[in-house]
Every structure is written in structure tokens, then in C-alpha cells.
Design a protein around this ligand. Structure first.
Ligand code: UD1
Ligand code: CA
Length: 449
């Protein structure tokens, strides 16, 4: 049985941010969500998050996950002090406690499993995750004897110049036999350079402690400033892109593409350069996205193409072509076999199958049926300055170029709207509507003036 505790109470001063450090985003998730994600497959019996600095914000950001227990550390006196806050909550608990820093987001679940296994097989009082870093700057240095038995952890600020040369560092990930840790926690002292209660001091007091070196040191990168955030993003991007390429997705010029880890792609999707896939986006097989596109929180069906376009919070069905230079936003649904073309903006709009909006249009709060043709420059006037209104367009209806559809408005099925019309009243099925002044030609005009 294992209880997980995540340290997320610190401010993260070095981020120089008004946002608490653990809420900074790394791809589609915050740092602390990434940490949670890495422990989820271990099926912990409890998930405790220690919050303090801007506790309300951190809680609010994580509230969707109802299995979390939040423990408040009202003043932040160090990582050891943070874990002391668990004492009343874990009274009588006899299992293991897995502690993770909320700012170490790249851990693999496999690594945590390895840590737990070593801990349990050797019946250690504690087992800590360590790494050999080419540049150990900023991390606590870990000293062991030959058998991976821990002797000492010294924070960088407390290191002698000789100790600073040690490249084995503390990852900030620990497995404790809780009963042993609970005994030493109340006796921690803050006599160190930072005047903090260090969890690392407790580690050396609990009894037999082993260190487990992680194979890939990139996993334990801690985020303390924006440089480290950018480095972690690079590592994460490389991982995500490798995963998709091996799963059958073509990335053309992968370095110019970014993909959040919340995105789902099917084999034979092609992503062209300078394309960014964010949030809860999914793209089905045969689709070709980019170059130069941003797709966010959207679902694209099979064989969809998107060129130089922005698509957010939208659903696009199979075989539809978007762009170049289209903008779909705010709950757009486009049917199959549609064409949404050059300089077209769609907002809160639903297009039926095989409907085209090919050039220079704005459709807002609109429902269009199937096989509709929206002529070049058609605009819905959906906003009267106070309220938004809907426009309904029936099946097979065609709007002429430069029509203005003033909402609320319903055009029936098989309606033809003459070019240049400003339509303000509903039009029944099978009608032609002409809503413009008749052309007047005055011959010989120049001679008269
Ligand atoms: C810590 C370790 C260091 C290790 C490094 C790995 C200690 C004393 N040092 O140092 O050995 O190499 O992590 O990344 O533990 N936090 C609280 N309450 C507090 C203070 C911090 O919840 O009072 C949280 C922070 O929000 C953060 C985590 O604990 O998520 C680590 O704190 P941080 O100040 O970043 O520790 P480091 O100096 O990086
Ligand atoms: Ca840190």
C-alpha cells in the first residue's frame, strides 16, 4: 500500500512570477499535474497535495481531480516542514509514503516502480531517487558508500567546495516507511544556510536508506526558473514527437512543430512545419495539418486538410478542407466534405455536410444545412450591439457574393440570395430574394456635370 504526497506549497521565487510555480504549464498540463500523472498508474491509496503559497489558486486549478486531498502548509519553512503537516493526517498508517516534489515533472512511471520495488525488496526505511548529473548545480548532493547505502545529503548552499564536485544529486523523490519517518519528523532542525527544515535531513535519520540511480538523468530535472522550464519543454517535446513518429505519424521538420501531451493522433496523419497541436485535440488517419497551423481543443476526422489556419474548440468531420487562412473558434462544427476557404471566420457555427464557405466570409451563431454555398464575402450581422442572434440557413441554399444576413434570420431550403443583398426578413423555401436597390444608369452623365 502506498500513499503519495506531492510538495506544492512553495512560491517558486526564482520563476519571478505571480503564478505559483507548480501551476506553470509544460505542454498541455501544469507541472504538478505532470507529477500526478506519473504516479497515477501506481494506484496510490491516497493522493495528498501539500499547498501553501496561493493555496486557493493551486486547489482551484486541480479541483477536477476529486481523488486529491489538500493539506495546507500555511507558512513555508522548508520541504521537511511541509511533510510534517502530514502527521495528523497519517496517524496510525503503517504503509509506505512516496514523496515527490511538485516541480519535477518529467519522471517516468517505470522509474517510480523501480524505486518502490527496491524499497520493498530490501525492506529499507527509505529509498531515494538519485541521478548522476553532468552539471549538478542547484541540486542537493548525495553521498553513498559503494553499496548505494546513503550516508549524507548536502544542499548546494551548505556544500564545501569539495562536496560540490559530487555529481550524484537528489531527485526530490523518496519512498519512506511512514512509521520510521513519522518518528524523526518532529525533531528536524533548521540549522543550515537557508534556515529551513529540510526533508533531506529526515532521510538520513530514519535508518537504512538506499539510493537508486535513474538511468536517464533528464527525468529528474527540477524546474526552478524559466530556463529550466524551457529545457524541460524541449525534453518533453522530443519524447512526445518520438512517440508519435514511432506510432506512424509523419512530422515534416519536427523541430518546428509542437505537440501537447494531451493530443491524440492516428497513424498516417501528416503534420507539416510550423504547426502546433494543443490541448484536448484529436486527429484521425489521413489528415494533413499545416503548414503554419494552430489546432487547439479540437477534433478532426479522417482525411481533413488544414493549411495556414487556426482551429480552436471545434469539430471538423471527414474529408473537409480548411484554409488557407481560416479561423474556426468557439464551438464550430463542420460536416464532412466541406470547404472552408480563404479568409473565412466561423464562430459558434454549425455547417452541414458538403457545405462550402470558400472566400472572405464571417459566419457567427449560424446553422447552415447540407450542400449550402455561401458566396464570397457573405457576412452574418449577428450582433445588434447588445445581444447575439442566430442565423439559420436551409439545405442547398446559395447566398450571392457580398450578402449581409441580418440576424435573427431564417433562410429556407433552396433559397437564392442575390449578390449584394442585405437580408433582414425571413425567406421561405424555394425563393429568390433580392434585397438591394435597383441599378440606375444615367447615360451621357459626364457632359451634363
Ligand atoms: C530540493 C531538495 C534537493 C533536491 C531538489 C530536487 C530539499 C531540502 N532539497 O531542493 O536536495 O536536489 O529539491 O529538485 O528538499 N515546498 C513546499 N514547502 C516548502 C518548501 C518547498 O511544499 O516549505 C515544495 C516546493 O513547492 C517544490 C518542492 O517542495 O515543489 C521543492 O522545493 P524547492 O524549494 O524547489 O527545493 P530545491 O531547492 O529545489
Ligand atoms: Ca526545486
Amino acid at each position: 500500500m502506498v500513499v503519495v504526497a506531492i510538495l506544492a506549497a512553495g512560491r517558486g521565487t526564482r520563476m519571478k512570477s505571480s503564478l505559483p510555480k507548480v501551476l506553470h504549464a509544460l505542454g498541455g498540463r501544469s507541472l504538478v499535474e505532470k507529477v500526478l500523472e506519473s504516479v497515477e498508474p501506481l494506484s496510490p491509496s491516497r493522493r495528498m497535495v501539500i499547498v501553501g503559497y496561493q493555496a486557493q489558486e493551486v486547489k482551484a486549478a486541480m479541483q477536477l481531480n476529486s481523488s486529491l486531498e489538500f493539506v495546507e502548509q500555511t507558512v513555508q519553512l522548508g520541504t521537511g516542514h511541509a511533510i510534517q503537516q502530514l502527521l495528523p493526517h497519517l496517524e496510525g498508517y503503517t504503509g509506505d509514503l512516496l514523496v515527490l516534489n511538485g516541480d519535477v515533472p518529467l519522471l517516468r512511471t517505470e522509474t517510480l516502480k523501480q524505486l518502490l520495488l527496491t524499497h520493498q525488496q530490501n525492506q529499507n526505511a527509505a529509498t531515494i531517487l538519485t541521478a548522476q548529473l553532468p552539471d549538478p548545480k542547484g541540486y542537493g548532493r548525495v553521498f553513498c558508500n559503494g553499496e548505494h547505502i546513503l550516508q549524507q545529503i548536502v544542499e548546494e548552499k551548505d556544500c564545501t567546495p569539495a562536496q560540490r564536485q559530487n555529481q550524484r544529486v537528489n531527485a526530490g523523490v523518496y519512498c519512506f516507511r511512514w512509521q520510521d519517518l513519522a518518528k524523526v519528523l518532529p525533531h528536524l532542525e533548521a540549522n543550515n544556510a537557508q534556515k529551513e527544515y529540510y526533508l533531506t535531513d529526515a532521510v538520513t535519520q530514519v535508518g537504512l536508506v538506499m539510493a537508486v540511480d535513474v538511468a536517464d538523468y533528464q527525468e529528474i530535472l527540477g524546474i526552478n526558473d524559466r530556463l529550466q522550464l524551457a529545457t524541460a519543454y524541449e525534453i518533453l517535446q522530443r519524447r512526445i514527437k518520438e512517440q508519435w513518429m514511432l506510432a506512424g505519424v509523419t512530422l515534416i521538420d519536427p523541430n518546428s512543430i509542437t505537440i501537447d501531451d494531451t493530443v491524440e493522433l492516428q497513424p498516417d496523419v501528416i503534420i507539416e512545419p510550423q504547426t502546433h497541436l494543443r490541448g484536448k485535440t484529436s486527429i484521425k488517419t489521413g489528415s494533413r495539418i499545416g503548414p503554419g497551423s494552430l489546432i487547439e481543443n479540437s477534433q478532426l476526422g479522417e482525411n481533413v486538410t488544414v493549411q495556414y489556419s487556426v482551429v480552436t474548440d471545434s469539430i471538423v468531420q471527414a474529408g473537409t478542407r480548411i484554409g488557407p487562412y481560416s479561423h474556426l473558434r468557439g464551438h464550430v462544427e463542420v460536416g464532412s466534405g466541406c470547404r472552408v476557404g480563404n479568409f473565412v471566420e466561423l464562430k459558434n457555427t454549425h455547417l452541414g455536410d458538403r457545405t462550402n464557405v470558400a472566400h472572405l466570409s464571417y459566419l457567427g451563431d449560424t446553422t447552415a444545412g447540407t450542400q449550402v454555398n455561401i458566396g464570397a464575402g457573405t457576412i452574418t450581422a449577428n450582433y445588434d450591439g447588445v445581444k447575439k442572434h442566430r442565423t439559420k440557413i436551409g439545405d442547398r441554399t446559395k447566398t450571392g457574393s457580398n450578402s449581409v444576413l441580418v440576424a435573427p434570420l431564417t433562410l429556407g431550403d433552396d433559397v437564392y440570395v442575390a449578390a449584394g443583398s442585405t437580408v433582414t426578413e425571413d425567406v421561405p423555401n424555394d425563393s429568390l430574394v433580392i434585397a438591394r436597390s435597383r441599378q440606375v444608369v444615367k447615360p451621357g452623365w459626364r457632359q451634363k456635370v
